[in-house]
Structures are given as structure tokens and as C-alpha cells.
Design a protein around this ligand. Structure first.
Ligand code: SF4
Length: 324
């Protein structure tokens, strides 16, 4: 059984809402509100939910690109929220991020060789320029780009190729954990599978651990070992991938799954349409946050927050319907 590489414990990330001439804090956006999960070494955990549910904030808070409001982020047994700058600088080598937008995340004035080589330089990973260039060449080849691209600039590449450059940059420092923040959402559907397959191949080759963030359950299906579903700052369900797709317990997960088109036209699936928009995380609904939109809500749902509990081996969910 693999060990936990990352443990997120009761993590909260609130953003203050300021108003008035004195810019006083009048409220908080509760983007991430008390979530806990672990990612085992070598596994891929998919983190899924509609936009604004807090999944990207979770990824950025784990990397400390945003400072947590409360909770613990335990990486290799150490709570990294206690780390000072120097310790964090060292740690950044082990935790990398691949951004959603391959157009915005690459410096347009730098050649691909320098974009990928920058991290090698920053962490002094090469003894000479020759060695550094050799490393860059190898990395580009690993992501399916020839070394002839080293002197080119990002605008000369397609979206899929740019995302490959982003992957090579993340790999340059030999990380343990990669947080892939919607890495294929900005790409054409035809290119998405290629990038997902590439990430899977690299995971095997380098023993990587992934937190794979997506807004769509169909994207994470292929790559994830387990999947966590987020709604309005909370994790509402977390389990093994097959279990989630075959036996979703939470009404929100059921509605997300019903939106995925069925490949086999003979299999009929009833689409569950959710009413209304996702409520504001400044003032989330009482009780179960999903209750204003839940087709199965009953009286207790608006009054009592359901506990996130285990219902069957490794299958966690937060819903009153599951309680006996
Ligand atoms: Fe729906 Fe109630 Fe379950 Fe929330 S607790 S998901 S509102 S049934």
C-alpha cells in the first residue's frame, strides 16, 4: 500500500471582501471551507467541480501560492504551512503546477529552451550550460517535441504543443507532486486526449503523483485513480474512480455524471438538470450547501450540515440521505 505523499487537513481559504472608504473587511469569500483529503504516492486524484467551487484555490493553496486561512498541508509527513521562505524555495522543486492556459502561462519573450531551462538554473541542477541544454533537449523529447524547437518562441506553437512545453517546464526539476490545474480545458477536444495520455506516460516513467483538477467528470475519468467532487468550497464525495462512476452516492455527483454523453446510444440516461446557479460563497446556504439546487432535498437539509463520512470502503460522501 502506497504511503500518503500529501495530506490536506481541514483546509480553509477565505478571501476578505473590503468595502467603504476605509476598506474594512465586511465579509469573506469562503472559497475553500474545511476540506480534508490525501493523495498517495504515485496516484492521481481527480478534483472536480463547477467553476467557482474552490478547486483551483485548493491547488494554489497547497502550493502556497495562496496562504491558507486555516488547516494543515502535510507533504512527506511535514506540515508545510510552518515552512519559512527558504524551506519553501527548496520544496518548490518537489511540487510543481501545470496551468490551465498554455497561452498565458509561458513568457512570450523567452525561447522554449530558456522557459524549460529557467527552473534548472533556479535550482542549480546543471553543472554547465552544456549539461543544462542537454537536459532541456531530453525534456522536450520526453514531451514529444524535438530539440529543434529550443530556439523558438511560444507563439510559434499550437495550444497542445504549448501545454507540452508547460509539462516539460514542470518536469525540469524532477518533482514528486504535480498539480495539474485544468491542463486540458483550453485545448481542442481532439488534443485533450493526447495531453492526458502524455501525462499518464510521464507518471509511469517518473513515478509522479498528480492532483488533477477539472470541471468535468469525463476529463478525469481516464487519468484518475480516485476522484473528489467539490461543491461551493466543500468536498461532497470522494472515492475510487470506478466506484464513483458506477455508484455515485451524492445527488450532486449524480447530476454531474448525468451530463456526460453516453457513448453507447442503446444505453439511455436520464439527464438531471440542476435548477438555478451556484450560490455565492460569501454567504453559502445553511445546512447542506447544495440544498437550494438538490432535487432530493428535504426539511433537514436546509438546517443541518451533513457530515462527510465513509459509506463503504473508502467511499466518502456528505448527504443526509445516506445516514440511517
Ligand atoms: Fe440533497 Fe439533502 Fe443530500 Fe444535501 S443533504 S445532497 S440537500 S439530499
Amino acid at each position: 500500500m502506497a504511503e500518503n505523499l500529501l495530506e490536506v487537513k481541514n483546509l480553509k481559504k477565505y478571501f476578505p471582501v473590503k468595502a467603504g472608504v476605509f476598506k474594512r473587511t465586511v465579509a469573506h469569500v469562503k472559497a475553500v471551507d474545511d476540506i480534508s483529503f490525501a493523495v498517495k504516492e504515485g496516484e492521481t486524484l481527480g478534483l472536480v467541480g463547477e467553476s467557482g467551487c474552490g478547486k483551483s484555490t485548493t491547488g494554489r493553496t497547497i502550493l502556497r501560492l495562496l496562504e491558507a486561512t486555516a488547516g494543515e498541508i502535510v507533504f512527506k509527513g511535514q506540515n508545510i504551512l510552518t515552512y519559512d521562505r527558504k524551506q519553501m524555495r527548496k520544496l518548490r522543486k518537489e511540487m510543481q503546477i501545470i496551468f490551465q492556459d498554455p497561452y498565458a502561462s509561458l513568457n512570450p519573450r523567452m525561447t522554449v529552451g530558456n522557459i524549460v531551462g529557467e527552473a534548472i538554473d533556479l535550482h542549480n541542477l546543471a553543472a554547465s550550460k552544456k549539461e543544462r541544454n542537454e537536459m532541456v533537449r531530453e525534456l522536450l523529447e520526453k514531451v514529444g517535441l524535438g530539440s529543434e524547437y529550443m530556439q523558438r518562441y511560444p507563439h510559434e506553437f499550437s495550444g497542445g504543443q504549448r501545454q507540452r512545453i508547460g509539462v516539460a517546464r514542470a518536469l525540469a526539476v524532477d518533482p514528486k507532486l504535480i498539480i495539474a490545474d485544468e491542463p486540458v480545458s483550453a485545448l481542442d477536444v481532439s488534443v485533450q486526449a493526447q495531453v492526458v495520455n502524455l501525462l499518464q506516460d510521464l507518471q509511469k516513467e517518473f513515478g509522479l503523483t498528480f492532483l488533477f483538477i477539472a470541471h468535468d467528470l469525463s476529463v478525469v475519468k481516464h487519468i484518475s485513480d480516485r476522484v473528489a467532487v467539490m461543491y461551493l468550497g466543500k468536498i461532497v464525495e470522494l472515492t475510487d474512480k470506478d466506484d464513483l462512476y458506477n455508484n455515485p452516492k451524492h445527488p450532486y455527483t449524480q447530476s454531474l455524471l448525468s451530463a456526460i454523453p453516453e457513448a453507447d446510444p442503446k444505453k439511455k440516461k436520464e439527464r438531471i438538470i440542476l435548477e438555478g446557479d451556484v450560490p455565492s460563497p460569501v454567504d453559502p446556504p445553511s445546512g447542506c450547501r447544495f440544498h437550494p439546487r438538490c432535487p432530493k432535498a428535504f426539511a433537514k437539509c436546509s438546517e443541518v450540515e451533513p457530515e462527510f463520512k465513509e459509506y463503504g470502503a473508502g467511499h466518502f460522501a456528505a448527504c443526509h440521505l445516506l445516514e440511517d
